[in-house]
Design a protein around this ligand. Sequence first.
Ligand SMILES: [Zn+2]
Ligand SMILES: [Zn+2]
Ligand SMILES: [Zn+2]
Length: 192
Amino acid sequence: MKYRIYSMMKSLKGDDMKCYICGNQAIKKNNRSNLCEKHYRFIQMQKTAKGDKKYVPNIFELEKLVPKDMKCQDCGSIMHWIDDTNRRLGAVLQHYRNGTLGITCLSCNTKHGLMVGDSYKDVPIGHKLCRSCKTIKPLDLFYKRKDCKVPYPMTKCKQCNHEAHKQWRINNPEKYIASNKKQNDARKLKGG
Ligand SMILES: [Zn+2]
Ligand SMILES: [Zn+2]
Ligand SMILES: [Zn+2]
């Protein structure tokens, strides 16, 4: 009897396990292998929704939301269930503010979170949402980051950037004096 239980447990740990929901090949994730990629993700979606105190759809509801060609319904990118090397295109559950649900890429899901009323798609070309004042402004009202290959507009608009800098100066007077001195010295060196 003891032996039978042992061999049962052993077979549960086998690598060719099937998903207990659909019978497809299971994946090995967190040392468990009783779910396929999709259903592993479904369970994750349910946990996240529960944790966020949002509506938790059941497996059948989730199944209906899956786009046929795995195209994100917001941006059209091809999503995947699990690929840790490209998390931005991972399929996640999107709770739209009008109460409907969808499966979108993580990238679009994050943008929704930042925008009031799911309206990020309405941002006109050449404009950007300032994360600080939550206002849509033309791109020339944003400084560009120069540490990227292609200069990329900052997350805060110029005005908010100035405000933030002013606040930093007030909170860190010593650091401000030090950085000012450094800049002046550098200028002197260049000039002389
Ligand atoms: Zn499955
Ligand atoms: Zn997307
Ligand atoms: Zn701003």
